[in-house]
Design a protein around this ligand. Structure first.
Ligand code: SAH
Ligand code: SF4
Ligand code: F3S
Length: 442
């Protein structure tokens, strides 16, 4: 099957993972099969990310390897989709002449158009369109489905490349989304993750009469029979309202986990980032969550070394992280991005200073996460099995509703829900044994 083999490498966030599943579904509908190795494919694809400089560098190394393969096997087609492709759209074919097709995020259907067109000469597709949902995805995990509720982002965070790669925010029609959820459930999905750059602003841009809210969408997804778990990412603190927090109390399927990106604990930095909330307003959201949902897991994203960040400002981030006690955090070194406002600011923080701050931050994050995780020890938690444990294949790995990874002794198949008695907890993972196994051992 050499003639119709593809290889796809995915970088970046869950939106890209979701798009890649749709690319795979579409290619397989066109008769392609997936190759295990890049060298065995005649269609080499990348779904790219440009969020930080490191993401670009990693990808370019892969792209150069693909170019070398193409030099050896004439006729190999190289395609590049996603945020990096969009951000270099004016120069992609000039700088990388071996690229045959390039397309922006969500433009998966354009790849099909290209592959079925008469000529396979260089083509680029970079219009911002709303999401085309009617492609059959090939899910990496059959029981877990993505639901892209909106595309684009209307925020203007001064460090972020996403508004320029994904365009203005457009919400998808709620009826279309519910049809997609029902279709996924019929196909074996029981956990649905709603995706958007700012999910809480969902629905506000819909035409009058169809206007709706994110909380309302959550309730409608919850009502779909067969949906056992609902997750979403990411909400923006400025739009995190009480109705969504209440939804966590009221909707049985909505999981006990909120990812609330902080970015910085200093109001002065938040202002320069154009995040439009202050330290106090953020802490007020956290207080509301803790009051209504004391057991809810809270995770976040933090950037260190934003231009002009002083030691005192950084310490405010440390003190906030200590005070909140997150269950986990993604921490990043600030990376200047082409075309963003922050990249033009003077006072870039020295790399060594950034690295040192990151280490100090990670220490606090991990200490607090480990402390928080102790509350699970001794409890029996529902776990959705994902597969064998990565460290010990004799054990299983799964996730709790709090989004904690659990490695445990037990029996079951990916997609099964089982109860696990938790016996140990670190900052990253929990350990335990399936309730039946735990009881038998006593
Ligand atoms: N829309 C999402 C974020 C998507 S990007 C949100 O606002 O929550 C994921 C994370 O990458 C961001 O939350 C931020 O912490 C980080 N990030 C974005 N741009 C960055 C940059 N230029 N340098 C370092 N980290 C960045
Ligand atoms: Fe980027 Fe800010 Fe939009 Fe998130 S909310 S995608 S950080 S501009
Ligand atoms: Fe990367 Fe684009 Fe996602 S830049 S993080 S793939 S939105």
């Amino acid at each position: 099957m050499r003639r119709h083999a593809y290889h796809l490498t995915t970088f970046g966030c869950q939106m890209n993972e979701h798009d890649s599943e749709r690319v795979k579904g579409m290619l397989e509908a066109l008769g392609y099969v997936e190759a295990d190795q890049r060298g065995e494919a005649d269609l080499i694809l990348f779904n790219t990310c440009s969020i930080r400089e490191r993401a670009d560098e990693r990808f370019i190394a892969h792209l150069q390897e693909a170019a070398a393969l193409k030099r050896r096997a004439q006729g190999t087609v190289i395609g590049v989709g996603g945020c990096w492709a969009q951000s270099v759209k004016h120069e992609v074919f000039e700088r990388f002449p071996y690229v045959d097709v390039a397309f922006g995020p969500g433009q998966v259907h354009k790849l099909a158009e290209f592959l079925t067109s008469e000529s396979l000469s260089a083509q680029g597709f970079f219009e911002f369109e709303s999401f085309t949902g009617d492609l059959p995805p090939r899910r990496a995990r059959p029981h877990q489905g993505w639901l892209q509720v909106s595309v684009g982002c209307n925020c203007v965070c001064s460090y972020c490349i996403v508004p320029s790669t994904r365009g203005r925010e457009v919400s998808r029609d709620p009826e279309t989304l519910l049809t997609e959820v029902r279709r996924q459930v019929a196909d074996g999905v029981s956990e649905v993750t709603l995706l958007g750059q700012n999910v809480n602003s969902y629905g506000r841009d819909l035409p009058p009469g169809r206007r709706t809210s994110f909380a309302d969408l959550l309730a409608r997804v919850d009502a779909v029979e067969g949906v056992r778990r609902i997750r979403y990412t990411s909400p923006h603190p400025k739009d995190m309202r009480e109705d969504v927090i209440r939804a966590h109390v009221e909707l049985p399927a909505l999981c006990e986990h909120i990812h609330l990106p902080l970015q910085s604990g200093a109001s002065t930095v938040l202002k320069r980032m154009r995040r439009t909330y202050t330290r106090e307003r953020y802490l007020d959201r956290v207080a509301l969550i803790r009051e209504q949902l004391p057991d809810c897991a809270l995770t976040t994203d933090i950037i260190v070394g934003f231009p002009g960040e002083t030691e005192a400002e950084f310490e405010q981030t440390l003190s906030l992280v200590d005070a909140v006690g997150y269950d986990g955090a993604f921490t990043f070194l600030y990376s200047p991005r082409r075309g963003t406002e922050a990249a033009t600011l003077g006072e870039q923080v020295a790399h060594e200073v950034k690295v040192q701050r990151l280490e100090r931050l990670v220490d606090v994050v991990q200490r607090r996460a480990a402390e928080r995780a102790q509350r699970f020890v001794g409890r029996s938690l529902e776990v959705l099995i994902e597969g064998p444990s990565r460290t010990d294949p004799a054990r299983l790995r799964g996730r709790t509703r709090h989004n904690k990874v659990v490695n445990f002794d037990g029996l079951g198949e990916p997609g099964d829900y089982v109860d696990v008695e938790i016996s140990g907890a670190s900052s990253q993972t929990l350990t335990g044994a399936m309730s039946l196994v735990a009881r038998a051992a006593h």
